[in-house]
Design a protein around this ligand. Structure first.
Ligand code: SF4
Length: 82
């Protein structure tokens, strides 16, 4: 599957110029779940995670976000594509 994901969160490790997300996978969850779960809860759990319906985009978050330079880059199960 060849998809393009655009994202303006330039402080993220996976962000690249042109507002491209270079993560090989991302996991989007509800804000409520995103707050509850640690950084290790990410793409590795995505296919078996419970559904988290929301009412609007403001209630969703990218769980794969990790601040550039942080060690959590290694625990989320995603990698940055070249
Ligand atoms: S991992 Fe999420 S927050 Fe980071 S660049 Fe991709 S879409 Fe944006």
């Amino acid at each position: 599957m060849n998809q393009e994901i655009y994202c303006s969160v330039s402080s993220c490790h996976y962000w690249d110029s042109g507002n491209h997300c270079k993560a090989n996978k991302i996991f989007v969850v509800s804000d409520d779940l995103g707050v509850q779960e640690p950084d290790t809860y990410d793409v590795m759990q995505a296919s078996t995670a419970p559904q988290t319906p929301t009412n609007n985009c403001m209630e969703t978050c990218c769980k794969t976000f990790v601040l550039k330079g942080k060690p959590e880059v290694k625990v989320d199960g995603a990698y940055k594509q070249s």
